[in-house]
Design a binder for this molecule. Sequence first.
Ligand code: ATP
Length: 234
Amino acid sequence: MLRVDSLNAFYGDLQAVRNVNLEVKSGEIVALLGANAAGKSTTVKSISGIIEKMKGEIYFQEEKISNIPAFERVEMGLVQVPEGRKLFPFLSVRENLEMGAYTKKARLHVKENLEKVFTLFPKLKEREKQLAGTMSGGEQQMCAIARGLMTMPKLIMLDEPTLGLAPLLVKQIFVTIQDLRQMGMTVLLVEQNVRQSLQIADRVYMLSNGKILTSGQSEKLLNSDEIRQGYLGI
Ligand code: ATP
């Protein structure tokens, strides 16, 4: 569904991503893992089309998208839920969700998609009139994922959805990601939480200093000494 070939991304003279190759197949959960500043967000932003200076090619559903603007990529079904949620704090939960439904297709299906996301996140239904900025971190993350879903994506990219959440909420978000897959969604997950990501992802890419360190099936990496010692403390 998604293929990234030899991606290099820059902020001025600083090169944040070096020769990254990755792919996501339809129906997969793929995790992009790594420590702070590894280049995870930059990779996802490049795929979304919001990094100005990049080299390499990106294909979505066999179509080359590297040169098309970000909003058109969203129209094609590629959506990013940004790190830090980036909700509209002074709009209600419902208004935030409606703001997500801005693609041509989604505008025609607002009511049924609201019902879908309220089924997935019943708490958002209870809080639909509450200002988004007054909700807890976990509720805001749910709202951000739901807003992404309102665009009717084929592939949803979640940038550190568990950042700053308590362990119980982290667990809930990982369950939600599995629910998304059950609904037929393809997921590219950016995380620092290596252990839990390896448990739910089909495949992972480990990024370090802007480069892919290693990649493969989650099971294989869970059993690799390098990952066990370097990331899982075993
Ligand atoms: P984190 O988990 O901390 O978000 P990350 O793996 O997502 O880390 P990036 O945000 O992609 O990492 O950052 C990669 C590198 O690019 C870092 O060295 C960072 O300082 C730099 N960088 C990121 N955004 C910018 C920017 N807007 N301007 C300049 N440098 C940036």
